[in-house]
Design a protein around this ligand. Structure first.
Ligand code: PMP
Ligand code: GLN
Length: 397
């Protein structure tokens, strides 16, 4: 048989699926893949159920139902003072995953360079490559996850078409500062480039940190495709409703990419998400407040067990240094051992890097879980550690 698509044949199954399957196999508490183990808001779910029964089950408009496009525009205004035309500057997609691909498709031609920041979400690199574009990787490293400004500037050149920026950042939990964003904005202007802004964790920030969309910086409005996800904003990750906000000059190409990927997104879920986006400020404050409490519980608990835990200003995740408890294998060995022996699953941080020399002693833990589940996970990790001496924690990779 002739070889199939070489890039896909060379792409492995996503680490999230691999580790979730391992968790099921070993009866482990799954703090790997980032999904809440509690349901989203009752009124949003009720709105979806009602919308299934009111006879509007055929193809919705290509760019999204008017209610949701209006709600996305209104949320841009309410949270960021970003004035958006719901008819010409919004595209609803089947999850942020599709929105990322559609936005990359909107601007990249084969041979164009696209700057990507490591650690990176698993779809970025394969999609950039599938489009025939050339990824230019710039690495942020733990424990500080600082933006290496000189390296970033060096990654931009005459062929740079776009940067893909994720803030708040998975798995780092980093929220990019106004100064960092201004530095990126200056590079985009200097090199006449676009930005695909993966902002799925926009409402999940802690300790008073505020998310700033790059799109709201001077000169950035016509360069940015800003992506949100109902999955994250309403704790309904299975719904897969995403939305792109972008200038009217970019929207037609994003819409045409969407037209060729999925064409439309289920209308019932779209209408329920519109209800969600109209929820009062207390809902959004409550969402981040509850997650901050869960973050603190897991992070303090891991620290009490001896882990060095890195600060996280946003997202669903914290990362912990596995060497700090005397584990001498790499992160992959650690996550496998923890799943098999402690019955708790985490994600190795090397999965978010493409090169061979990535930092290999950090594990990512998701804290978007019921507090009793987080406590049980901590107790299992504690019991596992107690059952082994520091030396015995070592295991050949
Ligand atoms: N980007 C990042 C950084 C994510 O962590 C995720 C996780 N779900 C997504 C995109 C995908 O979002 P969605 O489920 O809406 O496709
Ligand atoms: N965003 C989730 C995470 O980082 C996973 C989503 C997926 O499994 N594709 O854990």
């Amino acid at each position: 048989m002739k070889p199939q698509n070489a890039l896909l044949s060379a792409t492995g199954t996503t680490i999230f699926t691999v580790m979730s399957a391992l968790a099921v196999q070993h009866g482990a508490i799954n703090l790997g893949q980032g999904f809440p183990d509690y349901d989203g808001p009752e009124d949003v779910i009720e709105a979806a159920a009602a919308a299934l029964k009111d006879g509007r089950n055929q193809y919705p408009p290509l760019t999204g139902v008017p209610e949701l496009r209006r709600a996305v525009a209104e949320a841009n205004r309410r949270f960021y003072g970003n004035e958006v035309d719901p008819d010409r500057e919004v595209v609803v997609t089947s999850g942020a995953t599709e929105a990322i691909t559609a936005s990359l498709m909107a601007v990249l031609n084969p041979g164009d360079e696209c700057v990507l920041l490591e650690p990176l979400y698993d779809t970025y690199l394969p999609v950039v490559r599938l489009l025939g574009a050339v990824p230019c990787l710039v690495r942020l490293t733990p424990p500080k996850w600082e933006l290496p400004r000189a390296e970033l500037a060096a990654a931009f050149g005459p062929k740079t078409k776009a940067i893909l920026l994720n803030t708040p950042m998975n798995p780092a939990g980093k929220v990019f500062t106004a100064a960092e964003l201004a530095f990126i904005a200056e590079l985009l202007e200097r090199h006449d480039a676009y930005a695909i802004c993966d902002e799925v964790y926009e409402h999940l920030t802690y300790d008073g940190w505020n998310h700033i969309p790059l799109m709201t910086l001077p000169g950035m409005r016509a360069r940015c495709m800003r992506i949100g996800s109902a999955g994250k904003t309403f704790s309904l990750t299975g719904w897969k409703v995403g939305y792109v906000t972008c200038d009217a000059s970019l929207q037609p190409n994003v819409a045409k990419a969407h037209q060729n990927l999925t064409f439309t997104t289920p209308p019932n879920l779209q209408r329920a998400v519109a209800v969600g986006l109209a929820k009062d400020d207390a809902y959004f404050a409550g969402l981040s407040g509850q997650l901050q409490a869960r973050r603190d519980l897991l992070s303090e608990g891991l620290k009490a067990l001896g882990f060095a835990v890195l600060p996280a200003q946003g997202s669903y995740f914290i990362t912990a240094d596995i060497r700090s408890i005397g584990f001498t294998g790499d992160d992959v060995a650690f996550c496998r051992t923890l799943t098999e022996e402690a019955k708790v699953t985490a994600i190795p941080v090397t999965a978010f890097y493409s090169g061979p020399d990535a930092p290999a002693h950090y594990a990512r833990f998701a804290f978007c879980k019921n507090e009793a589940v987080l406590r049980e996970a901590l107790s299992r990790i504690g019991a596992w550690m107690a059952a082994r001496t520091g030396a015995a924690l070592a295991r050949p990779a």
